[in-house]
Design a binder for this molecule. Structure first.
Ligand SMILES: [Zn+2]
Length: 461
């Protein structure tokens, strides 16, 4: 990397070059909030920025922010392209422009009651990094770019991170194109992803594939979406991976009989059984240090004075280690069978249906090392707030991200920033301007370190 006016002796790279480049906090925040005029919703305070967002993928507001993204990229002399899933790529050429670029990615779509930071911070921080390189006339060794992944939230078209999934060739293009929106439009019709990509003019011609758009690596800055960093008064999470999870639908079949005339010994009470299974799943995961959640519960026939003959409920189990998740599943299966042999639940039949199996994701050591080195440098200038004397920590992401898919095709890692009260997917989601800028600064340092790594190890020779 040669920085005009900042390069070391004879233009050699030095740590000094990286340290001298600083992101512009107010410009970053202006970009974040400026873009939020497209899709702002759910006002909760008087300040202009005190609204949430409802920028569902491929709606009119999403078209507007996409137009803005491309215009911003072009003003920075980036090469832009759009693939068949509407993923947007903005690439600032480096000295070795033929080699795959280092990419910084996240998403500009939101939940229907979303906030101003989830995904939005990551894309804007990527653009801010490009602005810093641009204004300092930095010529990087390889190219550096930003990607806006389509429909990461899966809120409108119900498949999370579907477009990075197509890029990774894990999700077939046709499957993604044919996804119908969850809620029909005003005319009562449900549009498909492909129809909406066409309607807003973002059905690109570039194949949605890592072969057509290879990346040297992928960094994603994201809000934590949980309370750990804030609680521990730390500024940065160096994310090493994403925890494993499995989703099940569990059906408990009992017998519908009269609530007043059936003594306990003669019951096959599917609701009581399901209740005990849910409580037991909670006890089991706590032993393993995992998580269990039941978010949906249905009972039939649904009458006050009749036992339910059938209860279905969902079970979401999570753990950072795949083998521990398997042990949790095994323990739940054994416990559930045992519980259904007792008391008023006696004779209930339990059926398991697996809906999702998502193994643990381990990010690449080279990307983690670049983020960690950058984090240490950024944190050394900040006031110490954490009791253990360290302003950052390693983390495992509790939620899935586009980075889970990019990790399959190129070295990847993530950076987390604190999230007020751990609240996300909510209009009041918040990350302070200082923390947004610290995250962007870590991203900048990580990208430049990785660029140097590529040159040093001979990627371009
Ligand atoms: Zn997100």
């Amino acid at each position: 990397m040669a920085v005009n006016g900042l390069n070391g002796v004879n233009g050699t790279r030095s740590k000094h070059d990286i340290s001298t480049l600083k992101v512009n906090q107010s410009r970053l925040m202006d970009a974040i909030h400026g873009g939020c005029k497209y899709g702002a919703a759910h006002r909760y305070g008087d300040h202009p920025t005190e609204t949430g967002m409802a920028r569902l993928s491929l709606n009119d507001a999403d078209k507007q922010i996409r137009d803005w993204f491309l215009a911003t990229a072009k003003s920075l002399n980036c090469k832009t392209s759009i693939d068949q899933m509407g993923n947007l790529f903005a690439i600032r050429p480096g000295k070795n422009a033929a080699a795959p670029p280092i990419m910084m990615g996240s998403h500009l779509d939101t939940q229907p009651t979303g906030g101003r930071y989830d995904g939005i911070l990551g894309v804007n921080a990527g653009l801010e990094v490009l602005k810093v390189l641009h204004e300092n006339n930095v010529e990087t060794e390889g190219s550096i770019g930003v990607v806006n992944w389509t429909n990461e939230e899966g809120a409108r078209f119900p498949m999370m991170a579907v477009a990075s999934g197509v890029w990774a060739e894990v999700v077939p293009l046709e499957t993604a194109w044919n996804l119908a929106e969850v809620s029909p439009g005003e005319d009562g019709h449900k549009r498909t992803m492909k129809q909406e990509l066409e309607r807003i003019g973002y059905l690109g011609s570039q194949p949605a594939s890592y072969r057509a758009m290879p990346m040297a690596c992928h960094f994603e800055l994201h809000i934590e979406q949980g309370p750990s960093l804030e609680t521990e008064r730390k500024r940065i999470g160096v994310v090493k991976g994403v925890q494993a999870f499995k989703w099940f639908e569990i059906t408990v079949k009992g017998r519908d009989t009269h609530a007043g005339t059936t003594p306990f010994y003669a019951r096959m009470d599917s609701m009581l059984c399901a209740a005990k299974l849910i409580v037991e799943s909670n006890a089991i995961v706590k032993k393993f240090g995992g998580l269990a959640t039941t978010g949906i519960l249905n009972a039939d026939p649904g009458s006050i004075n009749t036992m339910a003959h059938t209860v279905t409920f969902t079970l979401d189990i999570r753990h950072v280690e795949d083998d521990k998740l398997s042990e949790i599943e095994k323990a739940c299966r054994e416990a559930f069978s045992r519980i259904s042999e007792k008391e008023s639940e006696k004779g209930c039949k339990i059926e398991w249906k697996e809906l999702v199996d998502s193994p643990a994701v381990k990010f690449h050591p080279d990307c983690i090392a670049a983020v960690e080195a950058s984090t240490k440098e950024v944190c050394q200038d900040l006031p110490m707030t954490s009791e253990d004397g360290q302003l950052w920590r390693y983390m495992i992401s509790g939620a899935g991200h586009d980075s889970c898919y990019t990790n399959r095709r190129c070295p990847t890692s993530m950076i987390f920033t604190p999230t007020k009260d751990g609240i996300s997917h909510n209009p009041q989601e918040y990350c302070s301007p200082e923390d947004c800028a610290i995250g962007a600064q870590v991203l900048l340092g990580a990208v430049l370190r990785y660029d140097k790594l590529r040159a040093d190890r001979g990627d371009f020779s």
